[in-house]
Design a protein around this ligand. Sequence first.
Ligand code: IPM
Ligand code: MG
Length: 350
Amino acid sequence: MATLLLLPGDGIGPEVCAEVRRVAAALTPDLEIQEAPYGGASYDAHGTPLLDEVRDQAIASDAVLMGAVGGPQWASAPRHLRPEAGLLNLRKAMDVFANLRPAYCFEALAGASSLKPELVSGLDIMFVRELVGGVYFGQPRGVEDLPDGQKRGFDTQVYTTSEIERVGRVAFEMARGRRNKVHSAEKSNVMESGLLWKQVITELHAREYPDVELEHILADNCAMQLVRAPKQFDVIVTDNLFGDILSDAAAMLTGSLGMLPSAAIGDPGKPGLYEPIHGSAPDIAGKGLANPLAAILSFEMALRWSLKQPEAADALLAAVKAALDNGARTRDLGGALTTREMGDAVLAEL
Ligand code: IPM
Ligand code: MG
């Protein structure tokens, strides 16, 4: 039997994960769901955001779905014990190097975007963000004292050939199943690692994926194009830091952060890490106001990419679309449904 490890975490995480549990019980009753402490909740109970045994349990499961981590109450914890450190350590331990972040506009929500509906109607972008390398993990890093009394803070942006190739492959493969176009975003005009990124992607493309259309784009221009004419994009592959920033901008084009899931995958056969891209939203936590659709759609991605149940994934996606078409809206979408009522609306369609 396949196992899914749920890591509800902090803020609205537990509420939205509860709806995933109900959907899973109805849709995939054979799936074994385990749950473990994570993030700030784990720090409060166990003094660390990620226990070694939870990390090992994650690696041993078939898929991991997390709710959200972080909140103002942990801002003064030592950096290596903050909820965010637990997230970065889990990504690294699971070696989930390719972060798939769809920016997909549900037709029923085209009017909710900050851009004109005609610019976003039909929008369907897939970000492939490198997730376990780059400046997030590069050494050396630190803050040092200078002789003149100043401090000097530094981080290292670093990529190797194989790190670029493996995430590039995911992007090209993804494009073949979509509209066959990849944009590779970097700053090769300024950064040495960006120049290497561009060269490696160019060679990989020529060697293994000549049938896919490839365009190189500078990351700043990519940001501009995303808000000018976002429908020109199909798959965008980029590094960890640019991917963090560009995918947030793209997410907002779709109307609501409460709608978007993500998947982080590694080598075939290894478990993926799935998470809604919204944060822990401490201002609305515990009030039943959160939109559970991003978490439910993260489960949909887990069914597709890790649990190998594409029919169940299709059924779930169709149920979410139908619920939206029938007017189901939580507060972030301009409606009044509670978290649980939105879960009910999806269950009714299933
Ligand atoms: C994200 C988040 C994380 C990141 C933070 C919480 C460490 O912003 O998943 O995009 O920067 O990767
Ligand atoms: Mg981010």
